[in-house]
Design a protein around this ligand. Structure first.
Ligand code: ATP
Length: 313
């Protein structure tokens, strides 16, 4: 049996709209998700035991069975008990480069990598749609992370509708090390504040999805118009996170004023991203932002937009 090392990339939300409540307690969402080439490295080694072991040295990442990567492995063992009994368990090592609890789907992409890697080690031959269906059981963003690219994600995020890949652009990611936003808190706050604006029926959800599918942002992506893409990015969660986290609001303002195609918070934050037409533009903006925002724990990353999801190295 082989060992595998996989690259698990982060995502940003180019669009995030909360359209309603769902009976299962989640929200009905319309999102445009985009893979970014800032990757964690996941190594999977068969261990000959009847258990999965997890190794990750990041202080904010759980080392036990609550880790999403471990949960992904447990799901595979439950789905394929005889194969697990034959092939045995796996040691999962995670080298973290994606900031944690940052709105970049770090845990979800690790889980997706484990599903893809175990499929290879156990020689299951699962298709991408089969892996995405399994992934949906682990979290709302995990299905998208399996294949990545530029995708309209609806339902609670697990219904995937890939669109023309967005390539050639770069992104700045900026985050204060000491800040993290709880995703459940952000959604609950949004519900408390804006529930009266929600749509209520599956027909309405579907109609809203169609509007976004044919709307300004998706059209700008299809026509490869970077300036229009930057103009039409949108995130409903900014309405609750920015007033509460004034440092994030200030960071967004400063980056936006420095140029780039568009600046926004990703997911539930607190990471702010700026889309840029080139690596050079991104580097100039980061240099200028560092001069304005003097904070030792403010970190920047520059990465290309990519259409590649989980990758086997
Ligand atoms: P999303 O954008 O999908 O909402 P996020 O980027 O905001 O996710 P994560 O980095 O996935 O957040 O971390 C959210 C929580 O999940 C953290 O509190 C972390 O402790 C926990 N967690 C569990 N497994 C992992 C993992 N493999 N990597 C990172 N965090 C993990």
């Amino acid at each position: 049996m082989h060992s595998y090392t996989l690259l698990a990339p982060a995502k940003i939300n180019l669009y995030l709209e909360i359209v309603g409540d769902r009976p299962d307690g989640f929200h009905e969402l319309v999102m445009v998700m985009q893979t970014v080439a800032l990757c964690d490295r996941i190594t999977l080694r068969p261990n000959g035991l009847q258990e999965f072991r997890l190794f990750c040295h990041h202080p904010l990442v759980p080392q036990d069975s609550s880790n999403l990567a471990h949960r992904a492995a447990t799901l595979m063992a439950r789905e394929f008990p005889r194969i697990f009994a034959n092939y045995g368990g796996i040691d999962i090592s995670i080298d973290k480069y994606i900031p944690v609890a940052a709105g970049l789907a770090g845990g979800s992409t690790n889980a997706a990598a484990v599903l893809v890697g175990i499929d290879l080690i156990w020689e299951l031959g699962l298709t991408r749609p089969e892996l995405e269906t399994l992934a949906a059981r682990l979290g709302s963003d995990t299905s998208f992370c399996v294949t990545g690219g530029t995708v309209i994600c609806t339902g609670r995020g697990e219904i995937l509708d890939p669109i023309a890949p967005l390539t050639g652009l770069w992104v700045i990611l900026a985050k204060y090390d000491h800040l993290s936003v709880s995703t459940p808190w952000a959604y609950q706050s949004y519900r408390q504040k804006f529930q009266d604006t929600y749509l209520s029926s599956p027909e309405e959800f579907h109609h809203r999805r169609q509007q976004v599918s044919s709307g300004a942002l998706v059209q700008a992506i299809a026509q490869k118009k970077p300036a229009a893409i930057g103009k039409f990015i949108h995130n409903d969660l900014e309405k609750v996170v920015l007033p509460e986290f004034t440092l994030v609001a200030e960071l967004r303002q400063v980056l936006g004023d420095l140029g780039g195609l568009g600046t926004m918070m990703s997911g539930s934050g607190p990471t702010v991203f700026t889309l840029c037409s080139s690596q050079e533009v991104a580097e100039t903006i980061v240099k200028e932002a560092r001069e304005i925002l003097v904070a030792p724990d403010l970190q920047f990353w520059i990465a290309p937009i990519t259409d590649t999801g989980i990758q086997v190295t």
